[in-house]
Design a protein around this ligand. Structure first.
Ligand SMILES: *Cc1c(COP(=O)(O)O)cnc(C)c1O
Length: 358
């Protein structure tokens, strides 16, 4: 028992971020960052004059950033809240919409942070297994009497459901909050943001970390009914009123305003993903149908973390989860096309080496 820890801190389940090793230069394809720099508009927004203003607190309401987000989704400011990454927004949501008597349900194979948050807030968590083929069946959640959180597209599988699949869940119990984590939606899936006007129990959470090249800026947001957003603000103003810093507010608004750059980046990723998936399949990999900026793949000659270990030894980092059902898979971030070509060549060598040694 640790000397200084509260009983609440002793039962925590801290999230393990992907490695960020400093020992050598790796080709980093393990944390689903964008391989592209932020939009040039972000550079223009971060002026010397703005750096000088860092002596002042930022706008706690995040006004201009909320307006830029609202405009993009054809909503109003009351429908939006911004956070220090979407992880913070998820924390606000878990605190606001779960608690004593209101449990939370999520999938067995999904974003690991949900489990950490549930432990942080002492929630009763129900884990609902994905189907055999890793698809999520919304029917499995209809009778759950609490808050539901679903990543769509899911991570680390990369699989997505269409927008209309969520209607039965939203309608089954209008008192129940449904949190859809759309961190990867911009890479070819359907966002549920347009459903917000129809369902006041729907919270859509998104991030600037993946599709808008701002993982280091820590900007996330949620879209929902004014009632849900007010609930999140209640938690925010109890925890950290100045949650998004001055420079990130500017960077976020500028990035959201540059639709052309956003489209160019997300299309390039989807193009590379298509090419890389075909290469993997030629090599005998099984690849789940990804709608994200990563692929989830396995090869019978490279089981139980072998892809991860062999690639790391060759200077390429991918993510491996030593967890039931997914131990044989590697999650590979889609980087620039030339990076994926290097990776495809390396995997080709690896697979033929393993085949010869058998
Ligand atoms: C990356 C990710 C997030 C959080 O990203 P932030 O950097 O905190 O905005 C949330 N959900 C999923 C599923 C993710 O993969």
């Amino acid at each position: 028992m640790a000397r200084f820890l509260s009983p609440e801190a002793e039962v925590l389940a801290p999230y393990a971020p992907g490695e960020q090793p400093q020992d050598r230069q790796y080709l980093k394809l393990n944390t689903n960052e964008s391989p592209f720099p932020p939009s040039p508009k972000v550079w223009q927004a971060l002026t010397e004059a703005e750096v000088e203003r860092l002596n002042l607190y930022p706008d706690p309401d995040c006004g201009p950033l909320l307006d830029a987000i609202a405009k993009r989704y054809d909503l109003s400011r009351e429908n939006v809240i911004a956070g220090n990454g979407s992880d913070e927004i998820l924390a606000f949501a878990f605190r606001a919409f779960c608690g004593r008597g209101i449990g939370v349900a999520y999938a067995d194979v999904t974003y690991g942070f949900y489990k950490s948050q549930a432990a942080l807030f002492g929630l009763n968590a129900t884990v609902i297994p994905l189907r055999q083929d890793f698809t999520l069946a919304v029917e499995d959640y209809l009778d759950f009497p609490g808050t539901v959180v679903i990543a769509n597209p899911n991570a680390p599988t990369g699989l997505a459901l269409p927008r209309d699949a969520f209607r039965p869940l939203l309608e089954a119990d209008p008192q129940r909050v449904v949190i859809l984590d759309e961190a990867y939606v911009d890479f070819g899936a359907e966002s549920c943001a347009p459903l917000i006007r129809e369902y006041d129990n729907l919270l859509v959470v998104q991030t600037f970390s993946k599709s808008r090249s701002l993982a280091g800026g820590r900007v996330g947001f949620a879209l929902g009914s004014p009632e849900l957003i007010a609930g999140l603000n209640r938690v925010k103003y109890s925890f950290h009123p100045y949650n998004v810093n001055r420079l990130s507010l500017l960077a976020g608004a500028a990035a959201m305003g540059d639709g052309d750059y956003f489209r160019a980046c997300t299309e390039a990723i989807q193009e590379s993903r298509g090419w890389f998936t075909a290469e993997l399949e030629k090599l005998g990999f099984t690849v789940l149908h990804s709608r994200t900026n990563f692929v989830f793949a396995k090869h019978e000659a490279l089981p139980n973390g072998a892809t991860y270990r062999e690639l790391k030894a060759r200077g390429i980092l991918v993510r491996w989860f030593d967890a039931p059902r997914i131990r044989d898979y590697a999650r590979i971030t889609i980087g620039k096309r030339e990076d994926m070509e290097v990776l495809a060549d390396t995997l080709k060598e690896l697979v033929s080496m393993k085949r010869e040694s058998r």
